[in-house]
Structures are given as C-alpha cells and as structure tokens.
Ligand binder design. Structure first.
Ligand SMILES: C[S@@+](CC[C@H](N)C(=O)[O-])C[C@H]1O[C@@H](n2cnc3c(N)ncnc32)[C@H](O)[C@@H]1O
Length: 256
C-alpha cells in the first residue's frame, strides 16, 4: 500500500471539499474525524465510503488509505490534528418513532449536534429539521453530536402534520409547566422495554435561538409547555435536553 504524502493528492482535495455545505448537498456525503466517530459508525452498522488514516492506525475497514501525519493534518478541521478521517453517505428518512425532536430555525450547528447527542442519550428515535436549521452534517454539528449522527434518524420536515404523535411546543414562560404533562410522559414511557401497546408517540418542538417558535407552528401543536426557569430562556439545545429528560424519566415526581 502506498502512503499518500501530498496534501494536493486528488482524494484529499475531494475530501477537503466536504467542509463546504454546497458540496455536501451535491454529493450526499459528509466527513467525520477521529477513531471514536468511526467506531460510533461501526456500532450503528455503517461503513465508510472512503477513509484516511495515519500510519500504524487500523480501523478494520477496507477503502481506507494511509496518509502521512503532515498531509492528514493539512486536511483536518481539528486544531489538534487527527489520526482518522472517514467519509459517509448522508441518510435521511421520514420522521418516525416513539419520541422525536423537531427543530425550527435552529441555526447554530453546535446546537443541532448537541440536540442529536441528547436525543441519542434519552432514546429519541428521530431529530426532524424544519426550515432554517444548520446542516447536521457540517463538521461542527458532527463533532457536537459525538457520534449520535449515526445513532438517531434524521428527517427534513415541511408540514407539522408529518411529525409523529402528540406535538409539544416548547416555549419559554408560556403554556403549562412541562412536568404537568404527566399523561404525555406516561403514554410515552408506558411499558417501555416491553410491547408498545398503549404507548403514544410524541414530538418535542424547539425554536430558533433568537425568535423561538413561530406562532403558526405553536398553533399546530396539541400542547404548549415551558421548563420553569428564573431567567428569560435556555439555550435551544439545553431546553431540548432538559425536556427530553423530563419526558423520559421513569419515576413519578409529586411537585411540592
Ligand atoms: C433561546 S430560546 C428562544 C428565545 C426567544 N427569545 C423566545 O422568546 O422564544 C430557543 C428555544 O429554546 C426553547 N426554550 C428555551 N427556554 C425554554 C424554557 N424555559 N421552556 C421551554 N422551552 C424553552 C424554546 O423552544 C425556544 O424557542
């Protein structure tokens, strides 16, 4: 096997293009950096379309090329450099599953990636993206997802009726406190781990960093709920994380 030593190698040039949103949209591909993310992909049954590794690193897949550390550092988006970069196909599906998170206008890729990470942590099946959301396959979003990009289904949504189950709009200081949606929580978690009889799907809706959820989106939801806080609002990804915890926690809490 020959080692790629030049950063001008055609394969590395193609790889570098994937940092651009337009090229990711055109090719349907995206790149990840680091052995942890390649392992996360393998754990999800995904194989790289193509990959690059430093000498001495073995990720156990074909289609990987050995690259000198200098050439690899030249195409890495990480300041600390990397030992592995791999390219995968983007996968999109229809929104589905028992628990889904819908993002509307969440434009910070770090927030989109963090929501993916939280969705995987709390067992949500899907993250659905409405208009104005950051690309979940951008390097920053992929890094923030910590591998969850491979574990959670991604969907693009145009109409609210595409979202599964009851829709809960998260709006700071509006509607009911989230803990009061006990029926939704019970319907969601009832018999989890066992047959899904009696369970009802739910979608949590989170709005943009500045404007929040538009009125027409809130108006299309069965519930409006807030996480009681002492300040104006939480960061969008933080609100999604707290709400996912609240709706998936197993025990009943009796408020004082
Ligand atoms: C930074 S906030 C948007 C703040 C915006 N100025 C507003 O008034 O909605 C981003 C999103 O996080 C969610 N969020 C933030 N704090 C929340 C809270 N305390 N309860 C429920 N959702 C919250 C909402 O979905 C909101 O659209």
């Amino acid at each position: 096997m020959t080692t790629i030593t030049s950063p001008h190698n055609p394969r590395l040039k193609e790889l570098r293009k994937l940092t651009r949103a337009r090229e990711r949209a055109r090719s349907g591909l995206f790149a990840v950096e680091g052995e942890d993310l390649v392992l996360a992909a393998q754990h999800a049954g995904r194989r790289a379309v193509e990959g690059f590794h430093a000498p001495g690193v073995n990720v156990g897949e074909e289609r990987f090329h050995e690259v000198s550390p200098t050439a690899l550092a030249a195409v890495s988006a990480l300041a600390s450099g990397t030992r592995v970069i791999a390219v995968y196909e983007q996968r999109w599906s229809a929104p589905s599953g028992q628990l889904c998170v819908y993002l509307h206008g969440v434009s910070d890729p770090g927030n989109v990636g963090t929501v993916l990470r939280a969705a995987a942590a709390f067992g949500a099946a899907c993250v659905a993206l409405g208009p104005g959301c950051a690309d979940p396959h951008s390097p920053k979003a992929v890094r923030a997802s910590m591998g969850a990009i491979f574990a959670v289904r991604l969907a693009r949504v145009r109409e609210m009726r595409e979202l599964p189950g009851r829709r809960v709009a998260l709006v700071a200081h509006a509607g009911e406190p989230l803990w009061r949606l006990e029926e939704c929580r019970k319907a969601l978690t009832r018999g989890s781990g066992a047959p899904t009889t009696g369970r009802q799907a739910l979608t949590l809706l989170v709005g943009s960093e500045r404007a929040g959820l538009p009125d027409e989106v809130v108006g299309a939801c069965e519930h409006v709920a807030h996480i009681p806080i002492a300040s104006d609002s939480l960061n969008a990804a933080m609100a999604a994380t707290v709400a996912l915890y609240e709706l998936t926690r197993p025990s009943t809490r009796v408020p004082a």
